[in-house]
Design a protein around this ligand. Structure first.
Ligand code: SF4
Ligand code: SF4
Length: 418
């Protein structure tokens, strides 16, 4: 018998955002981890950190869906937690405007919205890559953090999930400085792992009922993945996300660096995947004849006895999406490409679609590089232009563009990511 201690990751099947269904299924999935009470105590100050990248309609899949946020807050309320706050520190706009768009800007199941707009400096001498942070004060004041992330693609790290979501712990505009200080995907991922090591979120819940593929995290295409993923291991959550879209978890810097820095595992043999919410087929008890919720399940309630452990391959074959639009190729020598004349023209980089650009200047304002790597060099009547020699490929411009005019592309002819 194996004596490896495994990270348990529960994949909860759920094919729509019906509030009652999401609540019941999340409850059922968390029971597979021991219940939400295993992660919080009633007397503790709890912060539920959502993904509120910008004020966007829930169906755009930019933000954590309100049904998922409400389900978490309801479970905490039922657990007797009396001091619960929820919010995020968005890169663009305010927490309030994002929550208003989601319809959860009032008190919700006894929990209070919190703006996450005041910073508190924290020294972290144990940091391996980053030894100080300007966190939102709510991060510092809370006893327990629940990280409620969204399943999306990301121009810098390829995917954003449980590991990346903690960048919202950094207060407001201070995030820009972090991109300059940690200017590539690997060192940025290491800094994220240090945030996890410093703040130790207790539980990670990924909203992948409607995920985002393509030009994420703000301008991609919503695509149904029909799952919630829960675990106390953020790397394992993101690894299971990779399994579901047939992406090698080890090429994702937040996985590989997160694993190296001890915040979780991306090793198949160290992850136990439990699927929750299947409905039996005709041959009762025959796991090969299980049908998914898609076929037969209109019920809100789920029989927890239906939860079972599955392999990575079975997970992908039954519930995965091989066509999920995410770059799958091995990383290239971006450092050399970036700094070597002609090669600069071939490297992956942000590009503006002139037909979509409305010349608002938000990309220019959010470029964190001193002297700006994207600017109105041809006047404000024309789209901004890039200086790729200055550009550190942080993709803040792409993330913030409200018109989805910027995407990451390769080469002289702007080939899309593969
Ligand atoms: S943010 Fe987008 S729309 Fe605005 S100027 Fe930049 S590319 Fe154009
Ligand atoms: S131009 Fe865009 S990708 Fe380049 S440094 Fe500025 S914000 Fe980052």
């Amino acid at each position: 018998m194996s004596d490896i201690e495994k990270s348990r990751v529960v994949v909860i099947l759920c094919d729509d955002y019906d509030e009652e269904k999401v609540y019941e299924r999340l409850k059922c999935g968390l029971d597979e981890l021991g219940g939400i009470g295993l992660f919080v105590k009633p007397e503790e100050k709890v912060l539920v950190k959502l993904n509120l990248l910008s004020a966007a309609q829930p169906e755009r899949a930019v933000t954590t869906h309100p049904s998922v946020a409400k389900a978490v807050l309801r479970l905490l309320n039922e657990e007797g937690c009396a001091d619960v706050k929820y919010g995020d520190s968005p890169g663009y706009g305010t927490c309030e405007s994002a929550l208003r768009m989601l319809g959860i800007d009032e008190e919700c199941f006894g929990a209070r919205m919190t703006p996450m707009s005041e910073a508190e400096h924290v020294d972290f001498s144990e940091g391996m890559t980053c030894k100080e942070f300007d966190f939102c004060k709510e991060i510092v004041e809370s006893d327990a953090i629940i990280n409620v992330c969204k399943m999306k693609t990301h121009a810098l790290e390829r995917i954003t999930g449980a590991v990346k979501n903690v960048y919202g712990f950094i207060c407001g505009y201070r995030k820009a400085a972090g991109h300059v200080k940690f200017p590539n995907d690997t060192v940025f991922a290491r800094m994220l792992a240090d945030i996890h090591r410093c703040t130790k979120p207790r539980l990670h819940i990924m909203d992948g009922i409607m995920a985002m593929e393509g030009n994420g995290p703000g301008s991609g295409t919503p695509t149904p993945m029909n799952v919630l993923i829960v675990s106390d291991d953020p790397v394992a959550v993101d690894t299971v996300f990779c399994y579901l879209v047939n992406l090698d978890p080890e090429i994702i810097p937040t996985n590989s660096q997160g694993m190296r820095m001890g915040i979780g595992t991306d090793r198949e043999e160290e992850i136990e995947i439990v699927v929750c919410g299947e409905v039996p087929g005709n041959n009762e008890g025959d796991p090969t004849n299980e049908k998914t919720f898609d076929d037969t399940c209109d019920d809100v309630n789920v029989d927890t006895s239906r939860s079972r452990t599955v392999s990575k391959n079975e997970l992908f074959e039954k519930f995965g999406n091989p066509n999920f639009d995410v770059p799958r190729g091995k990383p290239r020598g971006t450092f050399l490409m970036r700094y070597s004349g002609f090669m600069t023209k071939l490297a992956r980089r942000p590009m503006i679609d002139k037909n979509k650009c409305v010349k608002c200047g938000i990309c220019v304002n959010h470029c964190p590089v001193p002297g700006k790597a994207v600017d109105f060099k041809n006047g404000k009547d024309n789209p901004p232009v890039y200086d790729y020699k200055k550009c550190i490929r942080c993709y803040c411009c792409q993330e913030m563009c409200p018109k989805h005019a910027i995407s990451a592309r390769h080469g002289l002819f702007g080939r899309k990511d593969k």
